[in-house]
Design a protein around this ligand. Structure first.
Ligand SMILES: NC(=O)c1ccc[n+]([C@@H]2O[C@H](COP(=O)([O-])OP(=O)(O)OC[C@H]3O[C@@H](n4cnc5c(N)ncnc54)[C@H](OP(=O)(O)O)[C@@H]3O)[C@@H](O)[C@H]2O)c1
Length: 312
């Protein structure tokens, strides 16, 4: 039995689909089965379900029963409603590792983040780095993956720019300075890496950086997203201080801001691999091109965008 945490999340749901399609016994760990079923990402799959919360260690023992390997994807990128990076990304991982050890599980695949580092002043990356360090020191048969930004249907990457399109009929803001670079990686490619590593004992004790085949500036990413949606805009670079001001304002005014200051800080950290391991697992990683993005992008309406920001 493979336990996938964060099973109804974006990456987690792709991993569960792939495991189930391959006929591997899979247990999907979610906080609320009713909510996950309403969302429908795992609809129709022949899987086991378990409800558990990484912040409640007592809920995890049942999830681990009979498990041979864990793929741990749970994390939050935005802190809201009292949910903190430290509690979920770090302590949540500690709780999952300890529950795995207590249940005699040996194999553990951790989905980290490119640039994760416990000593950074950026709280999100520091929480992921601390969690990764804990996994590495756990004594489990661990493998860690550090993906750059992940793209695909329902991502919070290209879609966050797509959402802005109806609000910016003429001018589109270029976010970040020219130095911010990303290496977008296709969600199915990340899922492939995680699943292959389960059966590849040579990956034990290793952390793999994962990036897509191209290194892109945010401006290029925005241009490709606009092109995918057939939207024409005059693009103007937003100076960082102005952007910080707007983001701070959004954090105060919106229940569900699309960006927060702690995410904005990440633009200062390279999101480009120094040693890309994708070729070890995937022979032809899919590039983030307008043609590849177009089939899954949907046209957002002003109403959709506002509803999302207002958390409705
Ligand atoms: N997306 C990217 O671009 C990207 C890039 C690099 C690395 N990663 C890493 O990939 C992993 C998955 O990211 P994602 O984008 O798929 O995130 P996601 O869609 O937000 O999924 C995260 C999942 O974690 C679950 N979760 C949150 N708090 C929990 C708790 N207390 N107990 C149990 N489950 C909880 C969420 O369930 P609920 O729905 O119940 O909240 C959700 O299903 C993360 O570790 C992230 O750091 C992502």
């Amino acid at each position: 039995m493979i336990l996938v945490t964060g099973a109804s999340g974006y990456l987690g749901s792709y991993i569960v689909h792939r495991l189930a399609d391959a006929g591997r016994p899979t247990r999907a760990m979610v906080r609320s089965r009713a909510f996950a079923q309403k969302e429908g990402r795992l609809a129709g799959l022949d899987i086991e379900w378990v409800e558990a919360d990484v912040t409640r260690p007592e809920s995890l023992a049942g999830a681990m029963r009979g498990v041979e390997a864990v793929i741990h994807t749970v994390a939050i990128a935005i802190e809201k409603g009292g949910r903190r990076y430290e509690d979920i990304n770090y302590q949540g991982t500690v709780n999952i590792v300890e529950a795995a050890k207590a249940a005699g599980v040996r194999r553990f695949v951790y989905i980290s983040q490119l640039g994760a580092n416990a000593s950074l002043p950026y709280r999100f990356l520091a929480s992921k780095g601390k969690a990764e360090d804990y996994v590495k020191a756990s004594g489990l048969e661990w493998t860690a993956f550090q993906p750059s930004v992940i793209w695909g249907p329902e991502d919070e990457f290209a879609n966050s720019f797509a959402r802005l399109i109806p609000l910016t009929p003429l001018i589109f803001p270029i976010v970040g300075d020219e130095t911010a670079r990303f290496q977008p990686i296709w969600v199915e490619d990340v899922a492939s890496c995680a699943i292959q590593s389960l059966d590849d004992r040579d990956t034990i004790g290793q952390a793999f950086q994962l990036g897509g085949p191209e290194i892109l500036t945010l401006e290029e990413i925005e241009r490709r997203t606009l092109q995918a949606l057939g939207a024409k805009r005059i693009m103007i670079r937003f100076p960082m201080p102005l952007l910080r001001f707007f983001v701070a304002l959004m954090e105060i005014l919106l229940p569900n801001p699309p960006v927060t200051r702690s995410l904005l800080e990440l633009l200062a950290v390279s999101n480009v691999t120094t040693a890309n391991a994708i070729d070890r697992f995937v022979s032809q990683p899919r590039p983030f091109t307008a043609e590849n993005v177009a089939p899954y992008m949907r046209q957002f309406r002003v109403k959709d965008t506002l509803a999302q920001f207002l958390g409705r």
